[in-house]
Write a new protein. Sequence first.
Length: 71
Amino acid sequence: MMTEIKAPMPGVICDVKVKPGDTVIADQEVLTLEAMKMEMPIASTAAGTVAEIKCGKGDAVQGGDLLVVIK
């Protein structure tokens, strides 16, 4: 089963903390989003392996954009 992590709001990706192939646990921070001059950690909602990263540091994203896929 694939788990998609999406941007909760528009912002800019400050940091990507995982790479494809990394194992993550539920609630582990996978990236940081800067929105409204605040940095917001974005966590995995499920345990698994990072299959894809759809964004990079400095990318502007919109709310609902796909950021990371966990399998």
